[in-house]
Design a protein. Structure first.
Length: 465
């Protein structure tokens, strides 16, 4: 028994595939979402076939009408794959044959392979996904910038090792979460340059002999050009892996802020209050307000890391050129895109509606002896070597800890007993606002430097370079 017409490859086989093989090979349950992209590719492909002389003008017109009609059905949900169809390509070929007839629609398969088709489709899908992610990242940045602008001048404890370190502006801390996303936007922009090449015309691996104009197809699909090597074009998925990394990095960067928000919203911290619309309650404890968005974002980061790691593991041992293993590139990246596009709007809304306890933040800013570095640097300005200044300041902190004092509270005599370099003038630098204002070097936490950051980010959000 010859292979059935449901397959695109059965001519040389005496019998159809075993049911287990057919089930394993089937990919329509995840790749049919690429149907609109496949039809876009087919629309460009038939123009190239017409230019090369393999379709008449009347046949071209019939096929263009059939593609438009089938796309309408796909988008409406009235056309889908049959259970026995192997992939999106087989399903759509059936659909076009049903509309245009096999004599005309049967010509479409000339001069292309599923290998160059799918390599093109995944690129077009990801290019569109990148645009959607960029919109969401801009919304997230806008939320951070709005909160930073609203809280200009508010001090808070800055931390290293999650311990009090030095006071910083709340705006500075918030914008420290903005810049990683700016870099992710830049990564997407740079990735787009590499992804924006069309593999169409590469055939199975070696190109084609029918004179297809690959540049015409690339232009029709909106690509900047054509891939440089047909084997590389059909067999490589680094463009997918690179996108997967960027998506994973976005999730990881969100997760870092999510961890802080989870801590900040606890009773013990009390830094922030979550808006009711962006938090949930408990089914048993009436008092609860849970940071579910932050927790889910943190959890999704683990999921995206898994997707990315699995994809790299799939790619690592593949010889040239195409291998069926490459079918495994789509589900993880589809999942990563879908989950990011779920997380980002919710996360942006949560950030935009956070209510900060600014009075508490400012009262905690000098706690934990966070101005000790300012004392040490004041000593350096008096000519004390930093090694000695560090030791002297450490002695001051130890004395204050032993006597339950803040840094500015020892008497003149107590200061002098610790070191004759600790004159009463040292108290002038033991002040949060003075300490913050003094950090006016590039990228520092002073208000002037924070305002520069806000200016740059506002230009970015406005589309200015």
């Amino acid at each position: 028994m010859a292979q059935s017409n449901d397959s695109l490859w059965g001519g040389r086989f005496a019998s159809g595939p075993n049911d287990a093989l057919a089930a394993l090979s089937r990919s329509t349950h995840f790749d049919f979402r690429l149907a609109p992209y496949d039809l876009r590719g087919t629309s460009a492909h038939i123009k190239a076939l017409h230019k090369a002389g393999y379709l008449s003008s009347s046949e071209l017109a019939v096929l263009e009408g059939a593609i438009a009609q089938l796309l309408e059905k796909v988008l409406a949900g009235s056309f889908g794959p049959l259970p026995q169809e192997e992939d999106v390509h087989a399903a759509l070929e059936r659909g076009l044959i049903e509309i245009a007839g096999s004599d005309i629609a049967g010509k479409i398969r000339a001069c292309r392979s599923r290998n160059d088709q799918i390599a093109t489709l995944i690129r077009t899908f990801l290019l569109d996904a990148a645009s959607e992610l960029e919109k969401q990242l801009h919304s997230y940045l806008a939320a951070l910038v709005a909160q930073a602008t609203k809280h200009r001048g508010v001090a808070m404890p800055g931390r290293t090792h999650f311990q009090h370190a030095q006071p910083v502006l709340l705006s500075h801390h918030l914008l420290a979460h903005a810049w990683p996303m700016v870099r992710n936007l830049e990564r997407l922009e740079n990735w787009r340059e590499r992804a924006n090449l069309s593999p169409y015309g590469s055939g199975a691996l070696a190109g084609n002999t029918l004179g297809l104009d690959a540049n015409l197809v690339a232009k029709e699909l909106g690509f900047a050009g054509v891939t440089q090597n047909s084997m590389d074009a059909t067999a490589s998925r680094d463009v997918v892996a690179e996108f997967s990394f960027i998506a994973t990095m976005i999730a990881v960067d969100l997760s870092r802020f999510a961890e802080e928000i989870i801590a900040w919203s606890t009773f013990e911290f009390g830094y922030v209050t979550l808006d009711d619309a962006f938090s949930t309650g408990s089914s048993i404890m009436p008092q609860k307000k849970n940071p579910d968005i932050a927790e889910l974002a943190r959890g999704k980061a683990g999921r995206l890391i898994g997707n990315h790691t699995g994809l790299l593991a799939t790619l690592k041992g593949l010889p040239l050129s195409y291998n069926r293993d490459l079918q495994e590139d789509k589900e993880p990246v589809f999942d990563s895109v879908d989950n990011l596009l779920l997380v980002l709007p919710a996360f942006s809304g949560m950030v935009a509606t956070l209510s900060f306890n600014t009075e508490l933040l400012e009262s905690l800013a000098p706690m934990g002896y966070s101005l000790a570095t300012d004392v040490a640097e004041w000593l350096v300005k008096q000519g004390v070597p930093f090694r000695d200044a560090h030791e002297i300041t450490g002695e001051l902190v130890k004395f204050c800890e032993q006597h339950d004092l803040q840094l500015q509270e020892p008497t003149d005599a107590q200061l002098a007993a610790i070191s004759n370099h600790l004159t009463p003038e040292v108290r002038e630098v033991i002040d949060v606002q003075i300490a913050i204002s003094a950090r006016s070097t590039a990228g520092g936490t002073s208000l002037s430097e924070v305002d520069k950051q806000l200016g740059t980010l506002n230009k970015l959000l406005a589309g200015e370079k």
